[in-house]
Design a protein around this ligand. Structure first.
Ligand code: GDG
Length: 731
């Protein structure tokens, strides 16, 4: 049966037990993910797998059975963890390593080998449990930083499974992420998924940059073409259960009235956060204190209600933060309170939902200033609760939500004065202006609610699967191979046009590794010793390198993307009269960019100049490449040149030279009835396009192409060539 399986560290239901042997309690979990997704999974008949929040050491066998049974009624299934696992995996690796690092607090990271080892083994435990419930018809949706190894662990067991992964916290910039000792394993783990979702475009960019710089895997418009599957990284900004917060009910109205009466007729600034150093609680308290200094007229007229939900108090930084908050609030209240008024109402606990909603409703301002936050649902919930559209949201630019809630008063949470200014702006904002700003944001929140978000994610997962199927349909299968071998066998005049890097050998930036190896030389030797074959290597490399590698074989060579051609036993010839006089104009321009972009370098071929920027800083290089291309375009048209924008290169060459024209020239003198062309990159597309319809054209890699078929790897190309030689398809 088709079923969705959601996997997250915590289940939407938490199991707790007070004293030893007291009965188990089952409560709804608090936190962004469970509040958000619980409405969706019920409507989707999904199974939710996760840790129920109690260590297995505290459970007897019959408790476990009881938990399994009770959770199953809510579509949940538990992964039981021991106290040791909870300590080392959850408190250890998740909350002492990943959480601080991904929120830009690297100095808070406490790293121990046992944390990592347990993180791996617990992810494996999740994989084992998920595998029990999964076959290839199911979709598995893995959530968050606690389970980043799980997608690949599942992929290894279930090759065809449909796996999505969503990260709820920020993905940090490369400079931060690279500090993680297990960065490769973590990236590979995530890449087991078909679809990888983030809240904002920046997180997607940082992730893809880390994948490129750490694993050397490139992406194209968010797609990564792996050997066996396609991976897409994209943005899905999480929404909220809009209806739940905009609801009209007597119960809520009464509660709102009740809270309003207790607080009195003053302006309310609301702050709601889990206890966490990422939430900027200290900074906002300091800003409120300064605001009162600067605006004595608000004394007695404004109060801050601050809710801090207890969290992770077993970690030193959290305990220290709690003490600091207590002390600061104590100081502010101590110095400013009167018998009738306190500037801060402090609640260190989790509130029932109705009370939270009532507080959202009566508050004039929500002050939400995290130093880093993946999204921040409280900001969205506050707006959704505003049925009349009044209220002002002050929001940190460091929260993912700021990308969508641009009409809020946006602040830098580290800038106390800016927060003070924002409070002044908010308190003085006309109601008309408040409603105007909020209406736009509320409209968006209503449209893109949590269900839309999840359905969108599922839809995108379907799309990736369909794309993968379409690309797989183009893969060279046994029947087509048989057909190729058959027509090869029947032909007495065959032409084989083979690209080199990425086609016959894996792409490598080191010249030594790029040399043809023994197996390849043997294949080429065998192919070219057959008198019926005309084999030609067609490459962007210089003619000197290609001569050195292939001169003693009985094959033709086309160098520099088609500028030079060398028939067997003859000298090199230019494809048509070419000049290189233009180099004296273009080279100084490239040199300027070489100097300004550390790591980049110029390669000079006889009829072309190439600026390579693979080894340079990616952002700087991308900027420089754009500038350089614009500069070059001003020159090249008059000189009859062309700028080719390649794989981390810009190449300037004669406009009339390309691999397609060279391939046609090669064919011109041969009366052939069998043409096979294989290549992997955009320069080979010219060949595929130029060849007659009857030619067999093959692209290496899964991307779309003008070639008729695709194969996945260099190894597949070599197998095909060996099969041509032997005349037999290996099954
Ligand atoms: C992670 C990311 C991302 C809070 N206090 C009470 C209460 N809450 C509920 C809120 C809200 C949720 O908890 C908090 O969500 P956040 O988004 O603010 O934060 P995280 O839990 O850290 O969540 C975050 C999120 O995942 C989703 O992707 O936005 O950036 O860190 O829903 O309403 N609920 C009740 N009483 C409280 O006192 N009942």
């Amino acid at each position: 049966m088709k079923r969705l399986i959601i996997v997250s560290n915590r289940l939407p239901i938490t199991v707790a037990r007070g004293k030893k042997d007291s009965p188990l309690e089952f409560r709804s979990s608090i936190g962004g993910l469970s509040t958000g997704l619980s409405s969706f999974y019920r409507s989707y008949n999904a199974l939710w797998i996760g840790w129920p929040g109690i260590a297995v050491d505290r459970l007897k066998e019959k408790d476990k059975d009881n938990i399994v049974e009770r959770l199953s009624r809510d579509g949940c299934y538990p992964v039981f963890l021991t106290q040791r696992e909870v300590d080392n995996y959850y408190h250890g690796f998740c909350n002492n390593v990943l959480w601080p690092l991904f929120h830009y607090f690297p100095s808070y990271v406490v790293n121990k080998n046992v944390f990592w080892e347990t993180y791996k083994s617990v992810n494996q435990k999740f994989a084992d449990t998920v595998a029990e419930f999964t076959d290839k018809n199911n979709t598995v949706w893995v959530h968050d930083y606690q389970l980043m190894l799980l997608p690949d662990m599942l992929r290894k067991r279930l090759e065809d499974a449909r796996i999505g992964f969503f990260l709820h916290i920020p993905f940090p910039s490369y400079e931060i992420f690279r500090m993680l000792p297990y960065r490769k394993e973590i990236l590979k783990g995530i890449l087991g998924a078909n679809l990888i979702g983030f809240h904002t475009y920046d997180y997607v960019r940082y992730f893809l940059e880390s994948v490129r710089r750490i694993l050397g895997i490139d992406s194209n418009l968010g797609y990564i073409y792996d050997k066996k599957h396609i991976i897409k990284a994209d943005i899905f900004p999480i929404g909220i259960n809009f209806e739940k917060f905009s609801v009209e009910s007597t119960e809520i109205e009464n509660e709102t009235e009740n809270v309003r009466n207790r607080i009195g007729d003053i302006k309310v600034i609301l702050s709601v956060d889990r206890l966490d150093y990422t939430k900027g609680i200290i900074q906002k308290l300091q800003a409120f204190d300064r605001f009162l200094d600067r605006n004595p007229k608000y004394i007695g007229k404004v109060a801050m209600v601050i809710i801090v939900v207890p969290s992770r108090t077993n970690i030193g930084h959290y305990r220290a933060l709690k003490n600091e908050i207590d002390e600061l609030i104590g100081n502010i209240n101590g110095k400013r309170s009167t018998f009738k008024w306190s500037p801060i109402h402090y609640l260190y606990r989790s509130l029932p939902f109705e009370r939270l909603l009532a507080l959202y409703r009566i508050s004039d301002i929500a002050l939400i200033t995290p130093l880093r936050d993946g999204m921040n649902l409280v900001a969205k919930e506050f707006l959704a609760s505003k049925r009349d559209g009044r209220g002002v949201l002050i929001l940190s630019e460091m929260a993912g939500a700021a990308q969508e809630l641009g009409e809020a008063v946006i602040v830098n949470p580290n800038d106390t004065n800016e927060i003070v200014d924002a409070l002044e702006i908010a308190l003085n904002m006309q109601e008309k202006e408040q409603v105007k700003r909020n209406r736009t944001m509320i409209g968006r929140l209503r449209r893109y609610d949590i269900i839309k978000w999840a359905v969108d994610f599922m839809g995108a997962l379907d799309e990736v699967e369909k794309l993968q199927e379409r690309l797989f349909m183009r893969l060279l299968n046994l029947n087509i191979k048989r057909k190729i071998i058959e027509s090869y066998r029947k032909s007495n005049n065959r032409v084989l046009i083979l690209d080199y890097d990425g086609t016959l050998v894996n792409f490598s930036s080191s010249p030594e590794e790029a040399r043809p190896d023994r197996e390849l030389l043997e294949i080429l030797e065998k192919l070219s010793s057959d008198k019926r074959n005309s084999v030609v290597i067609i490459s962007g490399r210089s003619k000197d390198t290609l001569s050195e590698w292939f001169d003693n074989l009985n094959i033709g060579i086309i160098a520099e993307h088609g500028a030079w051609i060398k028939c067997v036993g003859r000298d090199w010839q230019t494809i048509e009269p070419l000049t290189s006089e233009w180099k004296s104009v273009i080279k100084p321009i490239l040199e300027l960019y070489e100097d300004r972009t550390p790591g980049s370098f110029i390669e000079e071929k006889e009829f072309s100049l190439v600026w390579h920027y693979r080894r340079a800083d990616s952002k700087l290089a991308a900027l420089r490449a754009m500038e350089l291309k614009n500069t070059l375009l001003e020159y090249v048209t008059n000189l009859g040149l062309e700028v080719m924008d390649g794989n981390k290169i810009l190449e300037v060459k004669d406009a009339g030279v390309d691999k397609g024209r060279a391939a046609l020239k090669w064919l011109a003198n041969i009366d052939t009835n069998f043409v096979l062309a294989i290549g992997d990159d955009y320069t080979d597309e010219n060949v595929f396009e130029a060849l007659p319809e009857s030619a067999y054209t093959i692209k290496v890699g899964l991307g779309f192409s003008k070639a008729k078929y695709n194969v996945i790897s260099v190894e597949d190309v070599r197998s095909l060539l060996k099969e041509l030689i032997s005349g037999r398809v290996t099954e």
